[in-house]
Design a protein around this ligand. Structure first.
Ligand code: CTP
Length: 272
């Protein structure tokens, strides 16, 4: 409808009544209208309607829970134009944020530098470096569930240059210092939420994932081989918890995210 029709008090009264009756509204979207005006009143795009309907029909296994996630790579500045980063696409973390929102959770996603669309209903905080990611995460605590999906850089340049580093010297050495481990820090707090870690390994997945679970004291670690997941649309993961290893069937990242959410919902309810 036209934006004036949408904004009309009679329309708004009726909409408020429908919402009070428990009717879910999809939209309206804002943008150009057939009459040439711009504003609220457009139908959502078909893909958005489809995603919202699918989300509506998911089991609400995390209703009333607060979930905080990290996703994507971090970027550690060397100088104003260069830095150290990695090939994490953020897709798995964004899919998990979406699956948590579909399951009825109140979701906050702290995202490193990626150009992915924010899933519907997810609150997003953009950060660049590991130190910024840590600050953003700590500022959002307490939460019920924390899922560290980000590929946080383990090291950062010790002294980033204020100005662009000029070429000339035959060799250039970089001194790196360790970044804080965000997940381990959150898991060690007295008010620790139910913490889930990711282990992306290039070999010996079970040993390394299980070791991360024990060292960081996590109830659940999601392990995958980097050759299966990094950057792509699909993934193959195994869940590691106190009961052992649970391989999930390979699938697209959203299907896998929904399966992980089901596991987290069962485990975290038992944890309460
Ligand atoms: N993680 C984190 N902060 C860091 C490093 C990792 O929060 N500084 C989290 C990741 O989000 C992931 C988990 O810890 O959930 C595992 O990260 P990973 O980099 O695979 O493990 P590391 O402990 O850094 O070990 P390594 O790099 O030696 O494999």
């Amino acid at each position: 409808m036209n934006r004036k029709m949408w904004e009309h008090p009679a329309t708004q009264r009726n909409v408020a009544q429908l919402v009070a009756d428990g009717v879910a509204l999809l939209g309206p979207a804002t943008g150009e209208q057939a009459c040439g005006e711009v504003g609220l009143g457009r139908m959502l795009e078909v893909e958005e309607l489809y995603a919202a309907l699918v989300a509506f029909l998911q089991p609400k296994s995390l209703a009333g829970r607060r979930v905080l996630l990290t996703a994507g790579p971090t970027f550690e500045a060397l100088d104003p134009v260069r830095g150290l980063t990695n090939r994490s696409s953020g897709k798995m973390g964004f899919a998990l944020a979406r699956a948590c929102a579909e399951a009825g959770a109140d979701v906050t996603l702290v995202a490193g530098p990626v150009s992915l669309a924010t899933p519907i209903g997810v609150r997003r905080i953009d950060v660049t470096s590991a130190l910024e990611m840590r600050e953003a995460v700590l500022a959002q605590l307490p939460t019920d569930i924390f899922i560290g999906v980000a590929a946080v850089a383990d090291y950062r340049p010790a002294a980033p240059a204020a100005h662009k580093i000029k070429k000339g010297a035959p060799t250039l050495s970089l001194e790196l210092v360790a970044n804080p481990d965000i997940l381990a820090e959150v898991a060690a707090r007295p008010d620790a939420p139910f913490c889930v870690g990711f282990a992306a390994e290039s070999q010996q997945l079970a040993e390394y994932a299980e070791a991360k679970r024990r060292i960081k004291r996590l109830p659940l670690v999601v392990g995958n081989l980097v050759q299966d997941g990094l950057g792509g649309e699909t993934n193959t993961v195994t869940l590691f918890d106190a009961a052992g290893a649970h391989p999930l069937p390979p699938g697209d990242k959203l299907e896998i995210a929904r399966a992980i959410v089901r596991h987290i919902a069962e485990m975290s309810h038992a944890h309460d």
